[in-house]
Design a binder for this molecule. Structure first.
Ligand code: CO
Length: 506
């Protein structure tokens, strides 16, 4: 049995790394196709909240889209329910895709302002904002709006690897976010590409650059996020994103049950109620079973994990290697950490991702897409094509929406029997700069082939070319409230279908 630690006030813990829980947003988005319902989440939210996490990621990302398309739920009502359950929104974090909001294409400035206002006023306390291209101009409006309406801004670096994505590049981007008014920063490693020796360099460099709090968001897909988390603890990174088993590990995040043991052995008081976390874990296993139809890992991995299951001798070996602050020692710690996690029943890691750079969600999307096309046997060739399509598109990070765009284009290149014989509209938009400035210039030959000779990429901030949408009059029987209208303007047809159903309109 575990004894709950005394919960200390945030001020007492300032300066000590703290854990953030993402189970009820990224946890089920990564492992269960974002299908956890609000009633399911509500069965564990009070326990997770009372456990004492620094923040809870509960909204944003794919949850809005999933609510209206698959769960027949109003995402605004979900936010309201969570806020009421927590007695306020201060700890509620949401993931916002910058100018793309919670959708897949850049929105007009007035839509971004209005949407962000409604989100902050409805309960989002901390807005984690990223841009898929790390074009800081795409974060401008949402950062200003979040702050104007009283929210805290966490500016995120979309982490990826390429010849242009060096530590200096990310440090430089962090400085831009700070100058733009971010209250805190996040390293958003959506594909698990942050290799531990690079994590060491990056965390150290960021800590030396900024005094803003920094969060680490690393997916466990490649089996190194947990080691990154130990490096983060050691380097004094302020917030570490974790999830509760079984919505942890694999394409999700480091399991809190394991990270607590590491923190304790490092002499860090995580300020968490360990008993409550195990209670939440037990309930989450029930929900995991209820969602098994959409969980590929169901039945193959995962079992209840207690703190005493985590071998403290192995934990200390890893901690000692990390404490050396030396890259050879960090390399040695990688297999030790992977074995520790495999031994506890977490999913096998996928090393191939370091080459293909494909986030977990993108893999399953591609799989489904190829299956629908009856081309599943082309999967390996499509994966092999991705790095070259990505290079042609100026080394864009692979995160929503660019991950889907690059993945689909790679699939077209393979299936159509030639590169760029068929080009999707969104891929064309990337080449035109309509998503923003790509990290490196796009391949000029591909630009010429796809766009023809005369077209120049956009010069100014991409959304500055978009016409306002909130000034128009809308006479839509299914949009009865301002929130309904916002959903419609962002999600169009799928929002209309949802709202018609909601109001009993045919
Ligand atoms: Co994530």
């Amino acid at each position: 049995m575990s004894t709950p630690l005394e919960s200390k006030s945030a001020s007492q813990r300032r300066g000590t790394p703290q854990f953030v829980d993402v189970t009820l947003r990224d946890g089920h988005q990564s492992l269960a196709a974002t299908r956890m319902t609000t009633p399911q989440a509500m069965r564990v939210l009070p326990m997770i909240n009372d456990a004492g996490f620094a923040a809870l990621e509960l909204w944003g990302g794919a949850t809005l889209d999933s609510c209206i398309r698959f769960l027949n739920e109003d995402p605004w009502e979900r936010l309201d329910t969570f806020k009421k359950a927590l007695g306020g929104g201060e700890k509620i974090r949401a993931l916002l895709r910058g100018q793309n909001l919670f959708g897949y294409q850049p929105g007009a400035d007035d839509l971004v302002i209005s949407f962000v206002r409604e989100a902050v006023e409805s309960g989002v306390g901390i807005m984690r904002i990223f841009d898929a291209l790390n074009d800081e101009r795409n974060l401008q409006i949402s950062i200003l709006a979040t702050k104007a309406y009283g929210g805290k801004v966490e500016g995120a670096l979309s982490y990826t690897t390429s010849p242009v994505h060096t530590t200096e590049y990310f440090v430089d981007f962090a400085k831009k976010l700070e100058a733009m008014g971010a209250d805190q920063l996040a390293v958003k490693d959506m594909a698990g590409l942050l290799y531990p020796t690079d994590a060491f360099d990056l965390f150290k460099a960021l800590k030396a650059t900024t005094s803003l709090p920094i969060a680490m968001h690393s997916h466990s897909t490649t089996g190194v996020a947990e080691l990154n988390a130990v490096i983060a603890l050691q380097q004094g990174i302020d917030y570490i994103d974790t999830a509760v088993t079984p919505f942890a590990g694999g394409t999700s995040h480091p399991p809190i049950e394991v990270m607590i043991v590491f923190a304790e052995e490092m002499g860090i008081d995580p300020g968490l109620d360990k008993g409550l976390i195990l209670k939440a874990q037990a309930e989450l296993f029930k929900i995991f079973e209820e969602l098994k139809a959409v969980i590929p890992q169901y039945g193959k991995f995962y079992r209840p994990v207690r703190y005493e299951d985590v071998d403290r001798k192995q934990v200390n070996q890893i901690i000692e290697l990390v404490a050396k602050q030396d890259k050879a020692a960090i390399e040695q710690a990688i297999p030790l950490m992977r074995n520790l996690l495999l031994g506890l029943g977490y999913p096998k890691f996928d090393d191939k991702i370091f080459e293909a750079q494909v986030p977990g969600g993108m893999l399953s999307n591609l799989h489904n897409q190829l299956k629908e096309m009856g081309q599943l046997e082309a999967m390996d060739r499509v994966l092999a094509e991705i790095p070259s399509v990505r290079a042609d598109a100026g080394y864009v990070p692979l995160v929503t929406p660019t991950s889907q765009i690059i993945g689909s284009q790679a699939a077209f290149n393979v299936i159509m029997g030639g590169r760029y014989k068929l080009v999707s509209d969104p891929f064309r938009m990337i080449l035109k700069g309509e998503f923003g400035r790509t990290p490196a210039p796009c391949n000029p030959e591909v630009v010429k082939l796809v766009l023809g000779g005369n077209e120049q990429p956009l010069k100014y901030r991409a959304a500055s070319y978009l016409t306002p949408v909130m000034e128009d009059e809308y006479d839509l029987p299914f949009a009865k409230t301002h929130k309904d209208l916002l959903l419609y303007l962002l999600f169009k047809q799928s929002a209309e279908t949802f709202l018609r159903k909601k109001y009993g309109l045919s």
